[in-house]
Design a protein around this ligand. Structure first.
Ligand code: PLP
Length: 429
């Protein structure tokens, strides 16, 4: 194993680990510690983390209260693995979730713990919608990302990921996300027209699955009006309305749910990523009670309901979501982020994208965005891209980041844009 921050070519990673790894290619350092919004490599270099485990670390690394809750639980020999048996840790999570998340929103959804990844939650959602409706087809949107297991991958738009399937991906009809054909074309209207025409060639869907902000797809934001139309279309055509809140939820776009306050009532909601709070794997499919028609064990998995994750998820709910303080802090930071990004974008004739603490800049090309991210990394900032052509530089800072550290990271991003766009201008002259 290397003992320095830099990875030599002959490490175990090169010799033994599959080529499929990805983030380690953008950030080839050996990391060993992390706290708050800072990652450290083994040479002691500090990096500001604007990636946050792709929104799995919304509350930062090793939040002291979440960590304490887990350490106490471990020290008391709390259950680690309990299949889906009743455990004290699960009971406390269910009770907190009901009190803090469901009740105030007048939601009566049931909680299904799926396998621990977001894709597992999406698979369960799609399977259940098919079972409830007796239909096979699911409507998913252009640039949607729902995971890389076969069912979730079929709903995912990205051709690079789809190519990995090695078999035709079926059971999904693609519809255009809001704004896909420009601002003047109402894509909800188009979908309604197609579903209303028995000769459109589109089968009546079991479900319509949508992200309110497309994270991997390029920070495309759906308006509340458009989402309400999509929900109405789902109802009108007998399909379930599924919101995939795996990346945009848990405060990333403001509220606990990304659709808070929009007047939506999804039949199914999928959650994962920051649900556990500490970065532990935990996924959840929320189901309206009338659709909870599973037979016992019909959909299962050995690792449903990670008890350590229940402990930290409960601590996260109690710490951050018991009142509006955290939500208001996130709104302040989001306003600051928007202001800083708009200034950078304006300087270089670019555009910002996204919503809340899930914003970025369209760098114009994948090459530009990669160059910005590389320049950031050389200056101690970890940040990644998204979008059809990886052209969006996406800021996913921990929601708990201090104003000073946030400003420092954004200063670095500003410098990186100035360098990249300056070099582009020189090359064009
Ligand atoms: N859905 C959305 C919206 C996502 O952003 C992701 C991951 O980025 C997934 C599903 C898949 O989650 P996982 O990678 O945990 O399987």
């Amino acid at each position: 194993m290397p003992t320095t921050g830099t990875i030599a070519e002959t490490t175990a990673f090169e010799r033994v680990e599959s080529r499929v790894r990805s983030y380690s290619r953008s950030f080839p350092r050996l990391f060993d510690k992390a706290i708050g919004a800072t990652l450290y490599d083994t040479a002691g270099n500090a990096y500001i983390d604007f990636l946050s485990g792709c929104s799995s670390l919304n509350y930062g690394h090793n939040d002291p209260d979440l960590k304490r809750a887990l350490v106490e639980y471990l020290s008391a020999n709390g259950i680690t693995h309990g299949l889906d048996m009743f455990t004290d840790a699960k009971q406390r999570f269910l009770t907190s979730f009901e009190r803090i998340v469901l009740k105030p929103r007048e939601m009566d959804h049931r909680l299904q713990f799926t396998g621990p990844t977001g894709a597992n939650a999406v698979e369960a959602a799609i399977k259940l919608a098919r079972k409830v409706t007796g239909r096979h087809s699911v409507v998913a949107f252009t640039n949607g990302f729902h995971g890389v297991t076969m069912g979730a991958l079929a709903a995912t738009g990205n051709s690079k990921h789809r190519a990995g399937a090695g078999t035709p991906l079926s059971g999904v009809t693609r519809a255009a996300f809001e704004g896909y054909f420009g601002p003047d074309i109402d894509t909800a209207e188009m979908l309604d027209r197609q579903l209303s025409d028995p000769s459109s060639g589109i089968d009546a869907p079991a479900a319509i699955i949508v992200e309110t902000v497309q994270g991997e797809g390029g920070l495309n934001v759906a308006s509340p009006q458009w989402l309400r139309k999509i929900e109405a279309i789902a109802r009108q055509h007998g399909a379930l309305f599924i919101i995939d809140d795996i990346q945009a939820g848990c405060g990333r776009t403001g509220g606990f749910f990304s659709f808070d306050g929009m007047g939506l009532s999804p039949d199914i909601v999928t959650m994962a990523k920051s649900l556990s709070g500490l970065g532990l794997p935990l996924a959840l499919t929320l189901i309206k009670p009338e659709h909870d028609i599973w037979k016992p064990a019909e959909h299962n998995g050995t690792f449903r309901g990670n008890n350590h994750a229940f402990v930290t998820a409960t601590a996260a709910l109690e710490k951050f979501w018991n009142d509006d303080r955290f939500k208001n802090e996130v709104a302040d930071k989001a306003a600051y982020l928007a202001k800083r990004l708009e200034a950078v974008a304006e300087t270089h004739g670019l555009a910002t994208k996204g919503r809340g603490m899930m914003m970025g800049i369209d760098a114009g090309s994948g090459k530009n965005a990669a160059s910005v991210c590389q320049a950031c990394f050389e200056r101690g900032l970890i940040i990644e891209t998204s979008g059809s052509h990886d052209e969006i530089v996406k800021v996913l800072a921990p929601l708990t980041i201090s104003k000073e550290q946030f400003a420092a990271g954004l200063d670095t991003l500003e410098t990186a844009f100035a360098m990249t766009m300056g070099a582009m201008r020189l090359a064009a002259e």
